[in-house]
Design a protein around this ligand. Structure first.
Ligand code: FE2
Length: 178
C-alpha cells in the first residue's frame, strides 16, 4: 500500500466533464431555449399541457442535453442515472425532488432558475409541483445535461426497514424515468 495517498494513480472517471461543467452547460442550453435557438425542435402546436414530452437538444460522445416538460401528476419513480453524472436548470414552473439520503428521502422544491446536480450514485424521484406564481397547472420545463450520455437507469423502492431495494434496471436513451 502506498505510504501517501498522493502516490495513488489517478482514477479515471466515466467522463472528463465535472458537475460544475454540467451545471454551466444546462444553464447555457436553458438560455438557448429561452432565446429561441431550439424553436425548431418544439411541437408545432406548442408543448403539450398534459402527458410527458421531451426532446434532445444536443448530443455527442460525452454529453447529451434534453428539454423536458413535466405535466401535472408526472413522476419518475425512484431512480439513478447509472454511470452518468447529471445537472439540470429549471426554465419555468416547479418540481419536487425526493432524494435518497441513506435512511430517508429528503424533499426539496426547485423553481424557475434553480439548478440541481446529480453525482454518481444519486437516487431520486422527481415530480411536477404547482407553481406559486402564474397559472398553477401549467407544465414545468427543465433542461438536463448528462455525461456520459444516459444509457441506463435503475429503479428502487424504500423498504419497510428504511433501506433501498433496487427493483429493476432498464436500458434507455431517454431521460428521467417513465
Ligand atoms: Fe433523474
Amino acid at each position: 500500500m502506498p505510504a501517501h495517498p498522493a502516490a495513488l494513480p489517478a482514477v479515471a472517471g466515466p467522463t472528463r466533464l465535472r458537475l460544475p461543467d454540467l451545471l454551466q452547460i444546462a444553464d447555457q442550453e436553458a438560455d438557448g431555449v429561452l432565446s429561441g435557438r431550439y424553436d425548431h425542435l418544439l411541437p408545432a402546436g406548442g408543448i403539450p399541457s398534459n402527458g410527458r414530452w421531451f426532446t434532445r437538444l444536443y448530443s455527442n460522445d460525452e454529453l447529451d442535453v434534453w428539454l423536458i416538460s413535466w405535466a401535472p401528476g408526472e413522476t419518475t419513480e425512484l431512480h439513478d442515472h447509472s454511470g452518468s453524472l447529471g445537472a439540470m436548470t429549471l426554465l419555468s414552473g416547479a418540481l419536487h425532488e425526493f432524494r435518497w439520503a441513506g435512511n430517508e428521502l429528503l424533499r426539496r422544491r426547485l423553481t424557475e432558475g434553480d439548478q440541481a446536480a446529480f453525482p454518481l450514485g444519486w437516487v431520486h424521484d422527481v415530480t411536477w409541483a404547482p407553481s406559486r406564481v402564474g397559472p398553477s397547472h401549467t407544465p414545468t420545463l427543465s433542461v438536463h445535461a448528462y455525461s456520459p450520455p444516459l444509457t441506463a437507469m435503475s429503479y428502487y423502492e424504500v423498504t419497510e426497514k428504511d433501506t433501498l431495494r433496487r427493483v429493476r434496471t432498464e436500458l434507455t436513451d431517454t431521460p428521467e424515468g417513465k
